[in-house]
Design a protein around this ligand. Structure first.
Ligand code: UTP
Length: 290
């Protein structure tokens, strides 16, 4: 019997250097895709998958994220006084319930592995979801919900993957797989393999289900690439003693931590919106001379 996935970790302590100057005073997770911050899109994905507790690993200058997931009393009052019930409902729908969020500070941006380790006490002894907030998963089926279904079937650790062109595998974390009763068991994980050596073209996309034993490994994990404590290094160690599965995401991944990825996400999410899409398309067509 596998334990249900109730908690999710959102590491939001990175510096966002690839998106300067926008991220000098505004956390990159608060940049908006259409009308909501990137972090809201990812929290919504977790809520849709049944997550009940949202753990944010934050850092200096990231206070806006905490405020975003809190009630703004004066704003609510002003909207109510003005009869703006629709806007009030939008705010309410975006908010987890009281007691469903936790915030802990990473103190220094020592890498993704270190950020995850900072959540150890809040997660405790249960498997948990990890969502990298800058990676938006755009598709018909929400990514994390599919992973939680898979976890209910076979347990273990699960890493979401997506296909990238063979010529680009050297830019990603890549997994090698073999078929195990219709599921993709991971046989290998390589961070940015040298050209021509990748075991497949399946790249790690930024959604994980992990066993809490990852925390013990992270506690003693040496610094890896870029002088940072790398999650992939800890997963490679864990994979020696615990099963890892790949979950293929059928959709498009937008890395909103890059300028191009962020712009493309706005176009894709904007076009998909029932209320805005048609008018947006007319304007885009005009702009492109179509
Ligand atoms: P990234 O490497 O994409 O984020 O980490 P970054 O470091 O903010 O970006 P650049 O490279 O400087 O532009 C993936 C996720 O992990 C978090 C980031 O906030 C991001 O959501 N992260 C990264 C941390 O929380 N702490 C870290 O030390 C590093």
């Amino acid at each position: 019997m596998t334990k249900r996935i109730r908690k999710a970790v959102f590491p939001v302590a990175g510096l966002g250097t690839r998106f300067l100057p926008a991220t000098k005073a505004v956390p990159k997770e608060m940049l908006t895709v259409v009308d909501r911050p990137v972090i809201q899109h990812v929290v919504d994905e977790a809520r849709a998958a049944g997550i009940e507790h949202f753990v944010f690993v934050t850092g200096r200058g990231k206070g806006a994220i905490e405020d975003h997931f809190d009630i703004h009393f004066e704003l609510d009052r002003t909207l109510a006084d003005r009869g703006k019930t629709k806007e009030l409902e939008v705010l309410k729908a975006a908010l987890p319930d009281a007691g469903q969020t936790s915030f802990t500070r990473q103190q220094a941006p020592l890498g993704l592995g270190h950020a995850v380790w900072c959540a150890r006490d809040i997660i405790g002894d249960e498997p948990f979801a990890l969502l990298l907030p800058d990676m938006l998963h755009f598709g018909k089926e929400p990514c994390l919900a599919g992973m939680i279904d898979a976890h209910g079937r076979h347990g273990g650790n699960i890493v979401a993957v997506y296909e990238v062109p063979d010529s680009e595998t050297h830019q990603y974390g890549i997994v090698g797989i073999r078929d195990e009763k219709g599921e993709m068991a991971i046989t290998q994980m390589v961070e940015k393999p040298a050209k021509g050596t990748a075991p497949s073209n399946l790249a790690i996309s930024g959604r994980y289900i992990l066993d809490p034993s990852i925390f013990d490994i992270l506690a003693t994990q040496e610094r890896g690439a870029g002088g940072e404590i790398q999650l992939t290094d800890a997963m490679i160690t864990l994979a020696k003693s615990a099963p890892f599965y790949a979950h293929r995401f059928d959709g498009t991944i937008y890395d909103t931590g890059t300028k191009l990825g962020f712009m493309m996400a706005n176009v894709a999410y904007g076009l998909a919106r029932e209320d805005l899409g048609p008018a947006f398309k007319v304007e885009l067509d005009k702009l492109l001379g179509l």
